[in-house]
Design a protein around this ligand. Structure first.
Ligand code: UN1
Length: 493
């Protein structure tokens, strides 16, 4: 069986502990992907030390030169797209067409970050004094710790790693324990692109390592994507240590459908939004809010389509929905089905582990729809991160918006309507970082701000130009060329 290593200071190294863990294919539990380092504090220390040393010169490399390497990384991701996609599918289950999309997001991010290295615009502003110039520009911060979830093994880390490096920081990356092979592939690409030793480091291991990275005194900024529970705890630590952390956490994203909508489009949207990536996206559609006039009809049509979705190993081109990531997630789906039934929601389809034929080999769960879900139910309020959709009836547009907002999360949202007034009102009224009009809740693009309000985040936005607010500090400079002491606020008034 293949044994993998950490990537620290430009070298492939074994964990100091000598310990390894096995990672299995969730579509076929007999298929062991490989053995991966179960790293510890010593390995984190080595990676951070390498990144700290590399920062000394990397911050001085002209940004457009850093961009040249980022562009190269994008080229390599593109050249190795098929190969890496298959590795990701084997490791975490989503179909190859989705893992290819995942890598495409990293390619887009690499090219976008590279282009931004020729901008990274600052500001000039007039001085209130004569012969004095004021300017403000971005500076890198230092070692960035990146901690991410399993569901987008290349895309989501790329959103943080590539802009952080573009801005002149260096990175220590810990992938989720469920996708260490993708972490290794990320490092291979960065190595092949020619980033100098220490600029990018990967330490593999389990969840406990997140704290080691966050608490390390030489790690200055953290980019985190994962559960609300863990994110909030890491945020508390960063509060105590006075460190910046960008948190991308849970979602419970609504899709509203109004009676005037294109129904086929709305059906395709919710199928993709709810069951794409087996519902394991922070942007997944987990609440469908239907206007009362179309409620019964829409549910029937949706159930018909949902039961026809083809489950299977993501390496099979026919597969539309892969497995869930591990046994604990499968149990969560089973548990929430029981909770839904107990709370009095109506199970329309699914609700069981899928075990026909080869599905018995993996962690498959049937696409599940609960109707008559009300706002007080846990099914309505809690993130499940699996293929379980709740459907709620709305009496009016205003009621639909109220239901959409009656939630502690605020990442993504969507409305299907042909009424321009509803569409524009929804843009303003829905409490979420992202709102789609006539499109599903999933499908963020790399060059636009990504993140959520309320319990989903802590005010930061990844993606687009806003990601640089996470990974840079502003420096303000005053240049006085008057050759005399000019006292601001005093000599000029
Ligand atoms: C996530 O689930 O963490 O918009 C990110 C989307 C994808 C990214 C999802 N582009 O669904």
């Amino acid at each position: 069986m293949e044994k993998f290593k950490n990537y620290i200071n430009g070298q492939w190294v074994e964990p100091k502990s000598g310990k390894y863990f096995q990672n299995i294919n969730p579509a076929d539990l007999s298929d062991i992907v490989g053995e991966f380092p179960e790293s510890g504090q010593d390995d984190v220390n080595d990676a951070v030390a390498a990144a700290r040393d590399a920062f000394k010169f990397w911050k001085k490399v002209p940004a457009p030169k850093r961009g040249d390497l980022l562009r190269k990384a994008g080229d390599i991701f593109a050249a190795r797209k098929d190969e890496i996609a298959r590795i990701m599918t084997r490791e975490m289950g989503k179909p190859v067409f989705e893992t290819k999309g995942d890598i495409q997001e990293a390619i887009d991010t690499a090219y976008y970050a590279a282009s931004e290295t020729r901008r990274l615009f600052g500001f000039n502003a007039p001085s209130e004094l004569v012969d004095k110039m004021n300017m403000s520009f971005r500076t890198p911060i230092g070692v960035v710790g990146v901690i991410t979830a399993f569901n987008f093994p290349i895309a989501v880390p790329s959103w943080k790693i590539l802009p952080a490096i573009a801005a002149g920081n260096t990175v220590v990356y810990k992938p989720s324990k469920d996708v260490p092979h993708a972490g290794v592939m990320f490092a291979e690409v960065m190595e092949e692109a020619g980033f100098p030793a220490g600029v990018f480091n990967v330490v593999l291991g389990k969840g406990y390592m997140g704290n080691m990275i966050v608490e390390h005194p030489d790690v200055k900024v953290i980019g985190f994507t994962g559960s609300t529970g863990i994110g909030v705890k890491l945020g508390e630590i960063c509060g105590r240590l006075n460190k910046r952390i960008s948190l991308e956490m849970g979602g419970k994203n609504p899709q509203i459908v109004m009676p005037d909508a294109n129904m086929e489009l709305a059906l395709d949207g919710v199928l993709w939004g709810a069951f794409g990536t087996t519902g394991q996206r922070c942007t997944a559609t987990s609440r469908l809010i239907l206007h009362k006039d179309i409620y019964d009809e829409f549910i029937n049509m949706l159930a018909d389509k949902a039961t026809k979705l083809i489950l299977g190993n993501g390496l099979d081109p026919k597969t539309q929905v892969g497995p869930v990531i591990h046994e604990a997630q499968l149990n969560t789906c089973i548990e929430y089905t029981e909770i839904g039934l107990k709370e009095g929601a109506r199970l329309v389809c699914g609700g069981k582990r899928a075990t026909q034929g080869d599905l018995a080999k993996g962690y498959f769960f049937e696409p599940t729809i609960f109707a008559d879900v009300t706002r007080d139910m846990r099914l309505f309020q809690e993130e499940i991160f699996g293929p379980i959709l709740s459907v709620t009836k709305a009496d009016s547009f205003e009621h639909a918006i109220e239901l959409a907002n009656d939630i502690e999360f605020g990442l993504s949202s969507s409305i299907y309507t042909k009424n321009v007034n509803y569409a524009f009102q929804a843009m303003n009224l829905i409490e979420a970082g992202i709102t789609y009009i006539n499109a599903p809740t999933i499908g963020a693009e790399a060059h636009m701000p990504f993140g959520g309000v309320k319990g989903t985040g802590n005010g930061h936005r990844e993606g687009g130009w806003t990601v640089f607010d996470i990974f840079t500090e502003w420096k303000t400079v005053y240049v006085d060329f008057s050759d005399k002491l000019q006292r601001a606020q005093i000599d000029n008034y």
